[in-house]
Design a protein around this ligand. Sequence first.
Ligand SMILES: NC(=O)c1ccc[n+]([C@@H]2O[C@H](COP(=O)([O-])OP(=O)(O)OC[C@H]3O[C@@H](n4cnc5c(N)ncnc54)[C@H](O)[C@@H]3O)[C@@H](O)[C@H]2O)c1
Length: 293
Amino acid sequence: MRPALQTTCPMPDRARPIVIIGAGGIVRDAHLPAYRLAGFDVAGIFDLEPAKAQRLAADFGIPEVFPSMAAAVDAAPVDVVYDVAVPGGAVLAVIDALPDGAAVLIQKPLGRTLAEARAICTLCQCKNLTAAVNFQLRYAPPFLALRDLLDSGRLGMVHDIQMQVIVLTPWNLWDFLAQEERVEILYHSIHYLDAIRALAGDPDGVYARVVGYPDYTGLADVKSTTILDYGSNLRAVVSANHCHRGGLTHQESYLRVEGDKGIVHLTLGLCLDYPRGQPDRFEVCLLAGGAES
Ligand SMILES: NC(=O)c1ccc[n+]([C@@H]2O[C@H](COP(=O)([O-])OP(=O)(O)OC[C@H]3O[C@@H](n4cnc5c(N)ncnc54)[C@H](O)[C@@H]3O)[C@@H](O)[C@H]2O)c1
């Protein structure tokens, strides 16, 4: 029997309390259900729209809804982790309002421009924050399994990585995107770029092209093709089309990693029929002497 694949992350010995800034869709659909599953304690929440924070507090049993950012900081437990889940343009101001030395999880994008990214990094350093950006895909169970296969040499030398997304994304769920100069990579494909970096390391360079789509006149771009340059022996590409109207039958959302000893084809179900999603699938083909086994 083949050994089981590693699909879990190490958990903290003692979970620290969390204060959430921003009570939007991602907090409702992902953060709070995940914290509940993990048994993490949410001490309180603040949103510029108090009614949204109140609704979430009622639905998830959060004890405190703070009336302001300052009140959230004042009342936060000593060893708190701030979970900042606000639109990209609000990150800098929220980080600025945190106390020196705080621990904070920041949503992507880490800056909507290079200048803003540098300003956020500088501010984190000046305030001595322990800061992380919420790139969760590299820790998702199928990615951990893939990592395990790679680390144990079972896929051999990797020569091809392809992330392919052909889906219909309901961009209307995120009003704030209409003001953004860059959309697809910063708000979606960045996760794939991060996950590929976690698998293959930093590329020598990156080439990318984004394009728009006539039905999304308010959005700067909604499709992207990115080549990660790992030299002449590894092809790595992320290709994303969010405007596919052919129905679920012809939608695609997969990562394929090919090595000289084996191949993984991983279907990421969430983006198919979003936000309902479809199940993930993890398929492995090990090659014995170059042939399928
Ligand atoms: N990691 C992921 O996979 C993932 C997925 C979806 C969204 N996100 C990121 O999460 C962020 C929020 O996304 P969302 O879908 O929840 O958006 P949303 O529009 O549903 O919610 C954003 C919330 O932030 C609040 N807000 C704005 N400025 C604020 C401020 N200064 N202080 C407190 N609250 C403030 C808004 O009132 C709103 O309720 C975005 O940056 C997005 O990129 C990450």
